[in-house]
Structures are given as C-alpha cells and as structure tokens.
Design a protein around this ligand. Structure first.
Ligand SMILES: [Zn+2]
Length: 226
C-alpha cells in the first residue's frame, strides 16, 4: 500500500491513538513503511509523551462499543470507545494546532459525537487503501493554511508571534511555548497556557504593530491553486 504513492513527502511525526491493538497495527504498518515516525498509544494515554513527541498529525481511532451494536449512539462516553481521548485532546494547547484524523470503526461520520474539531474522517477498513496519501495530504494542507497573526503570545516571557490555527480569527496558537488564545470578541480573549492554566487576555494589548498579515486579506500561501 505505502509504496504506491510516488510523490515526495517529508517524514511526519504521527501519533496513533487506538484501543484495538490489531487496528493500531493495521494503521501503523503502512505509515512506517511510508517512512513516517509513529508513536502509538492506547488508553490511558500518556499525554505528556504525546506532546513531547511533537506530532504533526494525530490519528484517533473511535469505535462502537459492543453494547451499542445495532442501535443509535445514546451516550458517547459509554457507547464510543476512544471518545475520552478526543475529549482529553482539548486540554492540550500544544496540540490544538495539529491536524486530527479520525478513523471510525463500526461508526460512521454522521453519528460521530464530535467534541473536538477534526480535519479528516476515514472509515476502517474501507478507507485504508487511501489512508496514507490522504493523511499526508491533509497534514500538508493544514500546515500551509497556518498563518502568522498580528498578535504576540500573552505568556509572560514568551511574546512570540501567534499563528492562526483552524478557525482563523478565533483561535491563535503559539508555536514556541504551546499557548492557545481563544478570541471572544474584538478585544477579549482567553489565554490557555502550556500547563493548561487559563487567564483572560486583551487582544488590544497583544497586537503587534504593524500586523504581519491583515486579518481579512488572504495570504499568498492560502491560495488553493498553488
Ligand atoms: Zn508563547
């Protein structure tokens, strides 16, 4: 499978989260064959190790529990194995800017109780033929889409330039210290520090003059035709 795509792709650090050892293996083998570094983990997930690995993409497996077979999902926490990991992901600012790929087993995208943003949904095992190239594509697309903002990191002693993450004007990320900033309105924001601490922040005080990139002008790197 992995040998078929001929285009040149850089090696990626990929985190695989899945509670089924066999599925984990089925996902891991084609990725390592394609030359990527993989950190595979089952619950309880060692989130500090995940952060230290500096993932460029996270693949989270979710599956329907035996109890929920043949009926709709009633309680995601009980009916969906792997749901907890998706919830936990949100607590880690350092990885909020990383693309998320969800691999569903016995559960389709329309019934997915999504607690977090994700970038690609694949169904196991049907989509495994295209798993590696699609994962590479989404990772590189999102990396390209990331833009430098006109704001600096509110973390005292950091002050590095924030980048936009997925929701361009509402979610900023510090690539240096791992802080995340959720913009509430024109001036108010919530800063979540690298240790998960939360504080109010004022966008007016974080603005860097002049802004590197206008909020409303699409940057050249965003051009989909490139
Ligand atoms: Zn910072």
């Amino acid at each position: 499978m992995g040998a078929e795509h001929a285009h040149d792709v850089a090696m990626l650090n990929i985190v695989l989260l899945n509670d089924h050892p066999m599925v984990l293996k089925a996902l891991e083998v084609p990725l390592t064959e394609a030359g990527h570094r993989v950190l595979a983990d089952v619950s309880p997930i060692d989130w500090d190790a995940v952060v230290r690995f500096k993932p460029q993409v996270i693949v989270a497996g979710i599956s329907r529990s035996r109890e929920a077979a043949g009926r709709p999902i009633a309680s995601p926490a009980e009916d969906v194995i792997g749901y907890r990991a998706l919830m936990d992901l949100r607590q880690y600012p350092a990885i909020t800017a990383v693309p998320i790929v969800i691999v569903g087993m016995g559960i389709v995208e329309s019934e997915l109780p999504v607690p977090t943003h994700y970038d690609l949904f694949l169904y196991f095992p049907d989509d495994m033929e295209t798993f590696v190239p699609r994962l590479e594509e989404v990772t590189h697309t999102i990396k390209r889409r990331r833009l430098i903002s006109g704001y600096r990191c509110p973390n005292p002693g950091c002050g590095s330039r924030l980048t936009y993450t997925r929701e361009r004007e509402h979610d900023l990320f510090c690539p240096k210290c791992g802080s995340a900033v959720a913009v509430l309105d024109d001036d108010h924001a919530i800063w979540r520090g690298p240790r998960g601490q939360q504080e109010a922040a004022r966008m007016g005080e974080l603005r860097v003059d002049p802004p590197a990139v206008s909020l409303h002008e699409p940057a050249a790197s965003e051009d989909p035709h490139r």
